[in-house]
Design a protein around this ligand. Structure first.
Ligand code: SF4
Ligand code: SF4
Length: 184
């Protein structure tokens, strides 16, 4: 996904008359609705358990249990505590021109300032995610199917019951079985 975004950013830089606005410490995009799938969440849990300090883990755990709709539980002091394991949605969202302001819906106000990841490379990244659910590469080659599949297995971050990581991981297996049954 990072490669798809990089290509998209390079294309945007060539045709846009302003520069990338995103900077370290700018985290307004970590608030609001962030669609996430179970494997991405499992990766985030694992990364925070292995790499975050004890103090940060306590803060993250507290916020995971709150299920706050307004802010990602992994943003600490305006920085992503799990940056190398951040979600697909985070990896592809950037702004050109001005930084996003509080409560601004940039999809409505400045849609043209949002770069789009390279579509074919992004599809390959999504196919890898779908493969965790048992989707075969020939099925994932159908862009329409893949788009709907990823939408189906993703949910806004605050809707996941993050006080039970085991249940989130079990969700993958349930859906894999359901998907294989439906396809047979
Ligand atoms: S997308 Fe917006 S809020 Fe997020 S880092 Fe870029 S400018 Fe800041
Ligand atoms: S995972 Fe990181 S980058 Fe993504 S919304 Fe949460 S804090 Fe922000």
């Amino acid at each position: 996904m990072d490669q798809a975004t990089r290509v998209g950013l390079e294309r945007m830089a060539l045709r846009h008359d302003s520069k990338l606005a995103c900077r370290s410490g700018c985290a307004r995009c970590c608030r609001g609705v962030i669609p996430v799938s179970a494997p991405e969440l499992a990766g985030a849990f694992r990364f925070s358990a292995q790499h975050c300090s004890g103090g940060d883990r306590v803060r993250i755990d507290h916020r995971l249990h709150l299920r706050d709709q307004g802010e990602c539980p992994f943003v600490l002091d305006e920085r992503c505590a799990i940056y190398p394991a951040r979600f697909f949605a985070c990896r592809q969202f950037f702004m050109f021109g001005k930084a996003c302001t509080a409560d601004e819906n940039v999809w409505e106000t400045r849609h043209d300032d949002i770069p789009h990841p390279d579509y074919p490379i992004k599809q390959k990244a999504l196919a890898l995610l779908a493969a965790i659910y048992g989707v075969e590469s020939r099925e994932a080659a159908d862009a329409h199917f893949l788009e709907h599949f990823i939408r189906d297995v993703s949910a806004p971050l605050h809707l996941w019951n993050m006080s039970q990581p085991g249940a989130i991981i079990a969700d993958v297996e349930e859906r894999r079985l359901h998907y294989r049954r439906a396809g047979s």
